[in-house]
Design a binder for this molecule. Sequence first.
Ligand SMILES: *[C@@H]1O[C@H](CO)[C@@H](O)[C@H](O)[C@H]1NC(C)=O
Ligand SMILES: *[C@@H]1O[C@H](CO)[C@@H](O)[C@H](O)[C@H]1NC(C)=O
Length: 364
Amino acid sequence: MWLLLITALLAPHLGSAGRNMWLIKERVQRSRELRLEKHLWENWKALPAEGKGDWVVPKEGLFPQPLDHFNRRNNGTFQQRYWVNAGLWEQQRGPVFLFIGGEGALTPYSVLAGEHVDLARKYRALLVSLEHRYYGASINPDGLSDQNIQLLSSQQALADLATFHEFIKQQYALTRNNRWICFGGSYPGSLSAWFRLKFPHLVFAAVASSAPVRAQLDFTGYNEEYMDGMELPCVDNSHRNVLEQLRSTEVKPFGVGVRQWYYQTCGEFGYYQTCEDKGCPFSRWLTLRSQVNICAQVFGIDPGSVQAGVNFTNDYYGADHPASSRIIFVNDGTTLRDPSEVTSQESAPRMYVANLARVCPPIH
Ligand SMILES: *[C@@H]1O[C@H](CO)[C@@H](O)[C@H](O)[C@H]1NC(C)=O
Ligand SMILES: *[C@@H]1O[C@H](CO)[C@@H](O)[C@H](O)[C@H]1NC(C)=O
């Protein structure tokens, strides 16, 4: 019964992704969710009959978040979405597990399934998750305009997490006995590490899965990982079509935030995957230069300043040597690493998403 409800809640998230160049990314997200759904079912079926009552429908909420944490003259806010699952929590001493959202809409699975939920069962944790600003439902109607998208950054997102920490602390009357641990994978994996790095008094430890903590312009070589076992659709990847999609400021509450993520790559991270080698399954026009030029064509960000943004990100967070403690880097779902051992190779995202789908027939 609960599961039916949850499935109904999720139906729109799993809908068809539409014909666009981000199909791969959407598919990856979707296949991850389907995996979680299966995992959830299995867990539920394995529960003893009386335990099934413990199952709770997660609470979805919205709270007002400052639009700009670093400018007191801007007193605007947006409604940021979060999820809470208090069904496993032991209030006195149970920890808080914070699951950090990334470059797409967050779903109730963020507090229902996954390794952090398995751990929450063991440690009687309160499960909370926060959708990333400017993605999913956490975005003002005019938020994606050229003007307003400027308030999208990992730095603002970390400040959002700090505000959220305070909000949840008050809502659930948390004390110092309720220690916080944050979790995230891929880009949110970096956010997880950086939240611990920048707000060590708020979060006791961080788990960062496949986290690309070093920003870097050219990420060639990470395509293959995602290709495994995935049926790629044929899509219209003409340059014009791509620009049109990236310029669209339409707010879409589900799926991956295409325009937003591209904006973040231009301003902060790079992570461009080029296709100049023979084996690459993607369109050949995907040179590094063409991707960086899109930053100028769509957002008016000078190609020369993209590298400067990448450099600043590494200076700001410490790249693959973040000066912090109690950050667990997990790669390939198995290896636990101390940050002191992280090398740029290892911190490369196992799964960073290929930005662009295959073109059929191949472009000459
Ligand atoms: C926000 O600032 C404007 C002036 O810039 C002011 O008129 C308004 O009352 C402020 N709103 C709040 C909620 O403080
Ligand atoms: C970025 O950093 C690299 C390596 O530290 C350096 O060679 C390059 O000049 C920097 N570029 C900019 C635009 O700051």
